[in-house]
Design a binder for this molecule. Structure first.
Ligand code: ZN
Length: 323
């Protein structure tokens, strides 16, 4: 990799484009979810747990300090896997942070004989992670070749499963082009969504920002208890987006939600008794913007936010990365 390119990457890393570098990667939803956790430092490597006040532990492979960069890149075991990988150019061994790895990862082209036209690197990360967990929890050890072969096999399986889906993808793109989002819609956008579980009155909230001025972090993801309706959860998602944008000094914002009911309430500055507090927060905070627009978006075009919301809800039931 050219030095100038590396320098550029380091400078741009604070603006890691989540859409481009994680959500748009051609890989399975399971892997995207995993990448998202990795990028958010939400995987239970020693360094991340230490930050939450838990005791540190060493890499079980080599005894080194275990952080994300170590597990995926710097551990001799990981290095070996990357060296074996059939890539035109493997990752730099001197990257200072995993964010930069994600930023540059799509440049890692798979060599043609392998027959993969989707990225292999996400599957390598995934299987490095699985190998790490197998060693820690089951005391099972794999060789670098085994990890790599599993990554290639899984990637190929997923790739061939997509072939049937190609027609549907094309239809989707066509539909998107005729969608309700005007093509000229630029500026700061936040897709929001909520996933609500009636039995436990718990919801997961998701928000994904895109545009020139991204707040930090550009993704909203959390869960809440004592939420009595799906509409209330959707309203919470909108409030979170408005709050985050306002606190990041974003001046103009379009919020896209797939809740027709909520959007029509917002457009008419209306409310419902149970939502009164949330809605008045939204209306109050809206005055801080030069321009704020609430717009309906079909479900299919709100998948990223939906995915984040569902993951947040699932995280309340399953401990993170139980794999
Ligand atoms: Zn190690």
């Amino acid at each position: 990799m050219a030095i100038a390119e590396k320098h550029e990457a380091q400078q741009q890393t604070p603006n890691l484009d989540w859409m481009k570098h994680i959500w748009s990667v051609k890989t399975s939803p399971k892997i995207k979810d995993f990448l998202w956790k990795v990028a958010n430092k939400a995987i239970p490597v020693s360094a991340n747990l230490e930050r939450r006040g838990l005791p540190a532990f060493a890499c079980k492979k080599c005894g080194g300090v275990e952080d994300d960069l170590h597990v995926f890149l710097l551990c001799p075991f990981a290095r070996n896997v990357w060296e074996l990988a059939p890539l035109m150019e493997g990752p730099e061994q001197t990257l200072p942070a995993l964010d930069i790895f994600l930023y540059l990862a799509n440049k890692m082209i798979v060599l043609p004989p392998v027959g993969l036209y989707i990225p292999l690197w996400p599957w390598i990360l995934w299987h490095l992670w699985k190998a790490r967990n197998k060693l820690i929890f089951d005391n099972r050890s794999f060789t670098g070749e085994e990890v790599l072969l599993k990554a290639i096999k899984d990637a190929k399986e997923w790739q061939s499963a997509q072939v049937e889906g190609v027609a549907t993808q094309q239809q989707l793109t066509q539909r998107r082009n005729h969608s309700m989002i005007p093509q000229h819609l630029t500026g700061n956008i936040c897709h929001v969504d909520a996933a609500w579980r009636q039995e436990t009155e718990t919801c997961g909230i998701g928000g994904v920002f895109s545009g020139p001025n991204l707040p930090s972090p550009p993704i909203i993801s959390y869960s809440r208890r004592f939420i009595t309706s799906a509409l209330m959860a959707e309203a919470l998602a909108v409030r979170s987006a408005v709050m985050l944008a306002a606190s990041s000094n974003i001046q103009s914002l379009t919020i896209l939600s797939d809740s027709q009911v909520l959007i029509s309430l917002l457009k008419t500055k209306d409310s419902r008794p149970a939502l009164y507090g949330i809605m008045s927060d939204i209306y109050h905070l809206s005055r801080l913007f030069q321009s704020i627009i609430f717009r309906f978006v079909p479900r299919l075009e709100n998948r990223e936010a939906d995915h984040v919301a569902k993951s947040a809800l699932i995280a309340t039931i399953v401990p993170p990365c139980g794999e």
